[in-house]
Design a protein around this ligand. Structure first.
Ligand code: HEC
Length: 96
């Protein structure tokens, strides 16, 4: 029961935080293993071409993808973890 209450409190706090314009779930790189990057690529290719063509990872720098993904990940209904993996894939692929 305590866990439930704590979970609810954290959930509500998380919702409040995610409404603020400055706070985003992903603020920097986290995953670096090739499996996780490959998974991020798969999620990207399956989730990000529903409303428009797949964007070129080189379209944005690392900071730019934080901003764009914080708008697009909710549209694509990604979990925080999927959001993170897509971000890590994009910044691994955006350097020429
Ligand atoms: C539910 C529809 C939808 C999904 C799913 C979606 N997008 Fe978008 N995307 C849009 C719309 C609408 C725009 C144009 C309006 C805007 O820029 O917010 C856009 C614009 C963009 C742009 C151009 C604007 C910019 O900031 O460069 C990029 C890049 C982009 N999306 C990336 C993505 C990525 C990456 C994903 C997968 C995580 C994704 N989108 C999933 C609807 C979607």
């Amino acid at each position: 029961m305590k866990k439930l209450i704590l979970g609810t409190v954290l959930g509500v706090a998380g919702m409040l935080v995610s409404c603020g314009p400055k706070s985003v779930a992903v603020t920097g790189p986290k995953y670096t293993s090739s499996e996780q990057l490959a998974q991020g690529k798969t999620i990207f290719e399956n989730s990000c071409n529903r409303c428009h063509k797949l964007p070129d990872p080189a379209k944005h720098d690392d900071q730019g993808w934080i901003n764009t993904l914080s708008r697009m990940a909710p549209k694509a209904k990604l979990s925080d973890d999927q959001h993170q993996m897509v971000y890590d894939y994009l910044i691994s692929a955006n350097k020429k």
